[in-house]
Design a protein around this ligand. Structure first.
Ligand code: AMP
Ligand code: MN
Ligand code: MN
Ligand code: MN
Length: 287
């Protein structure tokens, strides 16, 4: 039995490879009844996704995934059921995209020092006018043969300490949660196990998140293994967080033979019974 909910996914409006329409149709075909589109620092895909969902007959949750700098590390906060027209949210996201644009130029300059030229132009071709992500730089590095796959591109060039890495200056945790709440949404810590925080630090993140108004964590994520899911279910109970779940789907195709494709839509296990679902208070719907 797979979950009919998927509350974390990406389109071409950030670093996914499908249009919002293609994403929604694929989710519908995979048996998803309720999909959240959560592009990085942008909400431009939501209108198209909503129209596609109405045609496809599935529910669409307006979402966003906000980049946050928490001490040193970058963490991601998903907002669910946001009003994309909210001014505080849009002003906040606009500031993040400004940093993103500057960072893209800086990544280009840093790679150029290592004799990798044309990286920004190459990344922009993949971004197709949307935000420029490290994902797009990684694709360029694969395309030019500097690396054999996406994970090598991150490991060798784009991760902390590497030639093309630029430290984040994203939103504060407090601001990200405040923007989401101002827009009427619920704030969720995305894929908590991806940050590789010690268990003490993870608990500090949870404490701080709760104290600024965060409500939920992703207990089930496409990037977690089953033990991690079980562990996070227990932590959600301990911290009194609602449980969310999402594939973090970015598109169907691997970039190179070295890459595994993202886990397919519609394959997530259901939320453990011990968790209170983040959708508990949502209006009743088909899912
Ligand atoms: P950015 O927000 O531009 O810093 O880019 C972060 C994005 O890079 C994440 O949302 C992932 O989609 C992608 N990413 C991060 N690490 C990896 C990795 N090791 N392999 C493939 N994609 C990654
Ligand atoms: Mn991404
Ligand atoms: Mn993320
Ligand atoms: Mn994501």
């Amino acid at each position: 039995m797979h979950s009919r909910y998927d509350l974390h996914s990406h389109s071409l409006c950030s670093d996914g490879t499908l249009t919002p329409t293609e994403l929604v149709e694929r989710a519908g075909a995979a048996g998803i009844h309720m999909l959240a589109l959560t592009d990085h620092d942008a909400t431009d895909g939501l209108a198209e996704a909503r129209a596609a969902a109405a045609r496809t007959g599935i529910g669409l949750v307006a979402g966003v995934e906000i980049s946050v700098t928490w001490g040193g590390p970058t963490v991601h906060i998903v907002g669910l059921n946001i009003d994309p027209d909210n001014l505080a949210l849009q002003q906040g996201l606009a500031g993040l995209r400004e940093f993103r644009n500057w960072r893209a130029e800086e990544i280009d300059r840093r790679l150029a020092k290592h004799r990798i030229t044309g990286a920004l132009a190459g990344a922009r071709r993949y971004a197709k006018g949307a935000i420029v992500s490290r994902t797009h730089f990684a694709r360029f590095l694969v395309e030019r043969g500097y690396v054999r796959g996406m994970s090598q591109a991150f490991r060798q060039f784009l991760s902390r300490g590497q030639a093309g890495y630029v430290p984040g200056r994203w939103a504060t945790l407090e601001h990200a949660v405040a923007w989401i709440r101002a827009a009427g949404g619920q704030a969720v810590i995305a894929h908590p196990a991806r940050y590789r925080l010690s268990s003490g630090k993870l608990k500090r993140l949870f404490d701080e998140f709760r104290s600024v108004g965060g409500e939920a964590i992703e207990v089930i994520s496409g990037s977690h293994d089953p033990q991690t899911n079980a562990h996070l279910a227990r932590l959600a109970g301990e911290f009194d967080f609602l449980g969310s779940l999402g594939s973090d789907y970015h598109g169907p195709e691997p970039v190179s033979g070295q890459d595994r494709p993202w886990a397919e839509l519609g394959r997530l296990p259901p939320l453990p019974d011990e968790c209170t679902p983040v959708w508990r208070s949502w209006p009743a719907q088909a899912a």
